[in-house]
Design a protein around this ligand. Structure first.
Ligand SMILES: NC(=O)c1ccc[n+]([C@@H]2O[C@H](COP(=O)([O-])OP(=O)(O)OC[C@H]3O[C@@H](n4cnc5c(N)ncnc54)[C@H](O)[C@@H]3O)[C@@H](O)[C@H]2O)c1
Length: 257
């Protein structure tokens, strides 16, 4: 795909799942890859592997909900590579039993969990955009891809803070696309259905869980991480040079029903 050779790409949440798959695909297309994740070891190991394979890469620990940490991540990227062409706003917390936050109805969600989920899944991408968009605008070129969820498009009761955050990210995408398009920056959003990553591994490995997660999906299965990452890479590339403000379900047809 055009436009990614030599591009500097930041992938938040790049140490696992869809983000990790995206770092590999960007590397295959000749990009320089910054892996930003609150899992320091995971980010550093993923970056070391890319570097060993010949891709310029940097692993950075960041909590995307912490503005000082986000600013430091952007500064470190600029110091090392001098530009930022792509931001894949992918970090998020969700359904895993290992998640420390309630995935529940609003009635059963402690207020502090509501705040934390919104802080990571909505304020996080906003903070990354706050610090990256002006750099892209100065360059006159850039692409942001936000990773929301079909939860942001259709009601799935039982994860209300997550749903609200992802719906907010969908809306944020549209306003940023309108605001920054005139400055040469495209902002788009993908909305995956179920994806086989650590985020939902407990669900998938529970008895009948994989079948339940795919129930009603026309393709009859959950996605592989690379099937989402490849769409993010497309939206980041010049192959999508006239695509801006799009909210793209990548869900096997789940939301078509
Ligand atoms: N797996 C699914 O079924 C599914 C479906 C739709 C959308 N999503 C979204 O896709 C994105 C990627 O999730 P995944 O499925 O690859 O899950 P994952 O758990 O495998 O990866 C998420 C990554 O984000 C990192 N992260 C979490 N909070 C962070 C923070 N505050 N700062 C920095 N990094 C942080 C984690 O350390 C992890 O490496 C998430 O935004 C998620 O909400 C997932």
């Amino acid at each position: 795909m055009t436009g990614l050779q030599g591009a500097v790409v930041i992938v938040t949440g790049g140490a696992s799942g869809q983000g990790l798959a995206a770092t590999r695909l960007f590397a295959e297309r000749g990009s320089t890859v910054v892996i930003a994740d609150w899992n320091r070891t995971g980010a550093e190991e993923a970056a070391a592997k890319l570097t060993a394979d010949g891709t310029p890469a940097l692993g950075i620990q960041v909590d995307v909900s912490d503005e000082a940490a986000v600013a430091a991540m952007v500064d470190a990227t600029m110091d090392r590579f001098g530009r930022i062409d792509v931001l894949f706003n992918n970090a998020g917390v969700g359904f895993s039993a290992r998640s420390r936050y309630a995935m529940a109805s609003v009635v059963d969600t402690p207020a502090e969990d509501w705040d934390a989920i919104l802080a990571i899944n909505l304020k996080g991408p906003a903070l990354c955009c706050k610090h990256v968009l002006p750099i892209m605008a100065t360059q006159g070129r850039g692409a942001v891809v936000n990773n929301a969820s079909i939860n942001g498009l259709v009601a799935m009761p039982g994860a209300d803070a997550y749903t609200a955050a992802k719906g907010g990210l969908v809306a944020l995408t549209r306003v940023l696309a309108a605001d920054w398009g005139p400055r040469g920056v495209r902002v788009n959003c993908i909305c995956p259905g179920g994806v086989d990553t650590p985020m939902i591994s407990e669900i998938l490995h529970a008895d009948g869980g994989r079948e339940a997660a795919a129930a009603g999906n026309p393709l009859g299965r959950v996605a592989r991480p690379d099937e989402i990452a490849s769409v993010a890479v497309f939206l980041a590339s010049d192959a999508a040079s006239y695509v801006n403000g799009v909210i793209l379900p990548v869900d096997g047809g789940h939301t078509a029903l």
